[in-house]
Design a protein. Structure first.
Length: 107
């Protein structure tokens, strides 16, 4: 799972990419796509959270069935799923708060 930066100015850290073995990292020479909508960003966050939850569930099932002994990978996937879900919820809450603020404005 790769969490895509929402702005072109945010870059991933190479050290973190090496630790997690992230091959999809944004290189400094590459420019992220610009012009995406808020819906695209929210769908991206939703899909990333869904992928992280699926990876966590699969690892938990493999541990319970005894198909793997990789507790470390399970812990990493649990942390990724928690962070992705928390990010999705925080962005959603900020969007709802902004909408409510706009609705309270008098014209």
């Amino acid at each position: 799972m790769f969490i895509t930066p929402m702005t072109p100015h945010i870059q991933t850290l190479e050290a973190v990419d090496k630790i997690f073995g992230n091959d999809n990292a944004v290189k400094e020479t590459e420019k992220p796509e610009e012009g995406g909508t808020f819906l695209d960003a929210m769908l991206g966050l939703w899909n990333q959270a869904e992928e992280a939850q699926a990876a966590k569930s699969e690892d938990m099932l493999n541990i319970m069935l005894g198909d793997t002994d990789s507790i470390e990978q399970l812990q990493i996937n649990i942390a990724k799923a928690e962070i992705a879900t928390e990010l999705l919820v925080n962005v959603k809450n900020a969007a709802v708060d902004a909408y409510n603020e706009i609705m309270r404005m008098s014209i």
